[in-house]
Design a protein around this ligand. Structure first.
Ligand code: COA
Length: 146
């Protein structure tokens, strides 16, 4: 029987490499003021990486900075479980909302995010500087109110 575990991890670089494989761009992590707060991984035991999620803080706002699930395991609920973990953590930290730049808005709508109106997110996201924008990626800025 396959066993999966969701665990907190400090392996940011491992998760970033995993997410990059699925087309995510984490290249703005070194921006001044950015703080990676926590990362979680889902592993098939003992340590085969099958999913990951990253929580950051930027300009005082909580950001879901990246999430990915290994392709064969998608649509099995793993993404939702990781989002729920992150939401629980932000609530513990007394956060009132979470922002993200969504490559896959339909998934994020399903798990409780909605699209941000107008310029509400200001310059929280630098998608305009990413070479994928408008080419292979059509991001939408979304938020969840807690
Ligand atoms: C987006 C991603 C993390 C979703 O993970 P997942 O484990 O497949 O999601 P879940 O199985 O938990 O799905 C939760 C719900 O969203 C739905 N869903 C998942 N992906 C979806 C999609 N692409 N389009 C529409 N609905 C989707 C599921 O059907 C499920 O709905 P239900 O609760 O009504 O059954 C995964 O597809 C992925 O890794 N994609 C590549 C990386 C990526 O684009 N990450 C987002 C960057 S912003």
């Amino acid at each position: 029987m396959l066993r999966f575990m969701l665990k907190e991890t400090d392996e940011y670089d491992r998760l970033a490499e995993f997410m990059t494989r699925f087309g995510l761009d984490l290249s703005d992590k070194d921006r001044v003021g950015d703080q990676v707060l926590k990362c979680w991984k889902v592993v098939q035991e003992p340590d085969f990486l099958t999913g990951g999620i990253i929580l950051s803080k930027r300009q005082g706002e909580f950001i879901l900075d990246g999430i990915a699930v290994d392709a064969p395991l998608r649509r099995t609920g793993m993404g939702r479980i990781m989002v729920n973990k992150l939401v629980t953590e932000v609530r513990k930290l007394d956060g009132k909302r979470i922002y993200l730049a969504a490559k896959d808005p339909e998934f994020f709508e399903k798990v409780g995010f909605s699209e941000v109106e107008g310029n509400e997110a200001g310059n929280l996201f630098t998608c305009s500087g990413c070479g994928q924008k408008g080419d292979t990626c059509f991001p939408r800025i979304m938020k969840m109110e807690l």
